[in-house]
Design a protein around this ligand. Sequence first.
Ligand code: GRF
Length: 238
Amino acid sequence: MTKTTTNTTNTASTMNTTGVTGVRDATGMAERRAPRPLRLVVLVSGSGTNLQALLDAIAADPAGFGAEIVAVGADRPGITGLERAQRAGLPTFVCRVKDHATREEWDEALAEATAAYRPDLVVSAGFMKIVGKAFLARFGGRVINTHPALLPSFPGAHGVRDALAHGVQVTGCTVHLVDDGVDTGPIIAQGVVQVRDEDDEDTLHERIKEVERGLLVDVVRRIARNGYRVVGRRVLIP
Ligand code: GRF
């Protein structure tokens, strides 16, 4: 897989995940070699139901999905997300902010730990930390995040609460590329959820998460199979 920035005005970049190479067999006939699966590192902070949705979708169609999870990272130990990874037999790592002298050092350590698994794509799936310069220097353009609101409305750690407090009638979830802002990167896909009169933050978040899991799985599968292009702020998956 290659990622190329096609000009210097930051309006277009391409991730080609198909990686199909023409090779010749013993008879000299050209054959198409199957692309290798996209290597994913998934970052989590909590219950990890989005991670589980990815694990289940990949397990249901290991050859066809086009991606494999090679490691799961977290910013804290003892969370269900890590247990899910361990149950699936995956390597895990934990990188806690408080174990580092500065936020920058934590960011560098997170980038190092992630890089050790050579991901093609990093999936922030309920990871409740903003990655910094060092992380983006290494993985920029190859990090996606899922957020429980319809961006650009209600970014930040309390998207569900803020949407409810604002009185919106519809909200939802957004899968987007991560840039150096808080939930500001180019939008890849969105799902819509109707707000009900009786909703509180928990009930609304649960219904959003049902949509979010399907959306994330669908995005990762499509990227794994087809790659994507970023043109200005638009993310195009062929
Ligand atoms: C998701 O709604 C995600 O968007 C938000 O936290 C939730 C994580 O859920 N940031 P889970 O850990 O995947 O169950």
